[in-house]
Design a protein. Structure first.
Lengths: 262, 255
């Protein structure tokens, strides 16, 4: 067992050391060029300065990370909870497919972020408008992929289910849901990547807390070091969300071709 | 013997810009209980369509089909079907896939342990229960699919080119398995194939279907004893059947 873990670790290092070396070079080059080119502090800082300076502001950064994270997760989860059932309903209802579906497709063309100022003006500076904007960003990829997912059961499986005489509900649970999951996850992962974008932009437009707000304020105060700290934490939030989705995907569809190793 | 399947004046046509196009039929045929019948014809002749109409999965444009004395009007659940493409679901093991058939039919898989075991045994799949479909070769997948199609012990079995995608050696092997299973339980089998050899080796009767529009225009009764294994292919009668059928298709211009 131990040997196996060690073996895997060695393999992982031998496969990815170049990537780490590249990252290291990138940050070293950044660190040195600030001195070489005498870049002023209010334009850009060294990575080492970013770390030490932002450590001083850690409590505030943590609090804002929590707030932005909350907005992101809430909007994302609500989007999943609404988009999947709506996608299913559109797949199986002729009326919805002729009414709601084309409507959603046209709304998809609208840049959702453009609604952000409106929502802020309608609902104020609080949590709700941000959650709604994250929701809007996440909802469309999930619903459109869900429609694709539930609408593309193979003819053979469809016929196979019909021949068994099983009820539609049983077929739905045992055949349609599992075969739709991989495509649903495509939408959910896409949404996870974009969720933090929605939250950050919503905070840029109107907020008194959160990482987006922080980045805007510190940039105004000529503190690019702190702005980078905010950007870094936003990235971590996005990565974390994506990581959780990928983990859940691996648990739910370990059989799918996208999940098979080597 | 009772007649299990009656096909009366069945045809299938499709709407095109130049009016309806007859793809198959009209055709009449009676299939008796326990027969192994092949529908043999070139691709596109409508033989699969006929099979799907038999199953109630496609509606004939005209004519009537009776299965076990009742008209076929909707998908029938008193049959077993093996489709051209695999119906093994990728998220279940071989065993899980066989159980799926039972679960969908509202039967308890626990009560079918013995049947599952003996079916798997008869197609040399013992010990493969826990494998996922993607871990199996094409031939193994079709064997598992055969078990899936048979586990509810249907009296009528429809096979839509079940071995179409396999290599020659594997085909030969699974033909043997299939024949053994048929001889054992004697269900009525209707098999669609484009292999003359396969049709002659397996069937009690072969229906030859002409190219578009597909029409049954010859029926060949294969009068040879079972089991028909590899040795049967040296039999002069077998060779004569092949030659006769060959010449019919040659006449159509498809060979």
């Amino acid at each position: 067992m131990k040997g196996k873990v060690l073996k895997r670790l060695v393999r992982w290092i031998s496969e990815s050391w170049m990537m780490f070396a590249f990252f290291a070079c990138f940050f070293l080059l950044w660190e040195w060029s600030i001195d070489w080119f005498e870049v002023p502090q209010y334009i850009l800082n060294k990575p080492s300065e970013i770390i030490t300076n932002s450590a001083a502001d850690l409590p505030r950064l943590m609090q804002y990370t929590y707030i932005t994270g909350l907005e992101t997760v809430l909007g994302f989860v609500v989007a999943i909870c609404l988009a999947i059932p709506i996608g299913v309903a559109i797949t199986f209802s002729n009326i919805l497919r002729r009414t709601l579906y084309p409507f959603l497709v046209s709304v998809e063309m609208v840049p959702k972020i453009a609604f952000a100022p409106l929502f802020i003006s309608w609902l104020g500076f609080g949590l709700l408008p941000k959650v709604i904007i994250v929701f809007l960003v996440c909802f469309f990829p999930i619903v459109l992929n869900a429609i694709l997912a539930f609408g593309s059961l193979s003819q053979e499986l469809d016929r196979f289910s019909q021949i068994t005489g099983a009820s539609q509900i049983k077929i739905f649970l045992k055949i349609r849901i599992p075969s739709a999951l991989p495509q649903c996850f495509v939408g959910i992962k896409y949404a996870a990547i974009n969720a933090t974008v929605g939250a950050a932009i919503a905070e840029f437009i109107g907020s008194d807390q959160g990482l987006g707000f922080y980045i805007q304020i510190v940039t105004g105060n000529m503190r690019p070091d702190l702005a980078f700290a905010g950007i870094f934490l936003l990235t971590l939030l996005g990565l974390g969300l994506f990581g959780i989705v990928t983990f859940v995907e691996r648990l739910m569809i370990p059989w799918h071709i996208s999940q098979r190793r080597g | 013997m009772n007649t299990t399947i009656q096909i009366q004046g069945v045809s299938k046509s499709f709407e095109t810009d130049e009016g309806p196009l007859v793809a198959f039929g009209p055709a009449d045929l009676d299939i008796k209980q326990g027969e192994f019948v092949s529908l043999l014809g070139p691709s596109g002749c409508g033989k699969s369509t006929l099979l799907m109409m038999l199953a109630g999965l496609e509606e004939p444009s005209s004519g009537k089909i009776f299965l076990n004395q009742t008209p076929v009007q909707s998908p029938r659940n008193d049959i077993g079907v093996m489709f051209q493409e695999s119906t093994l679901v990728p998220w279940r093991t071989v065993l899980g896939n066989i159980e799926l058939q039972l679960e969908l039919r509202g039967k308890r898989p626990e009560n079918f342990r013995e049947q599952i075991d003996s079916l798997l045994n008869s197609v040399s799949m013992k010990g493969m229960e826990k494998r996922m479909p993607h871990e199996l070769s094409g031939g193994m997948q079709q064997r598992a699919a055969l078990c899936q199609a048979l586990i509810h012990q249907p009296q009528t079995l429809l096979l839509d080119e079940p071995l179409g995608k396999l290599d020659a050696m594997t085909r030969e092997n699974i033909r043997g398995d299939l024949q053994r299973l048929w001889l054992d339980k004697k269900p009525t089998v209707v098999m669609v194939t484009h292999s003359i050899e396969e049709a002659v080796q397996m069937s009690t009767r072969v229906y030859l279907i002409s190219p578009r529009p597909g029409k049954i225009d010859k029926v060949v009764d294969i009068e040879m004893d079972y089991p028909r294994n590899l040795a049967v292919k040296q039999n002069p009668r077998f060779i004569q059947y092949l030659a006769d059928i060959h010449s019919v298709f040659h006449g159509y211009g498809v060979l």
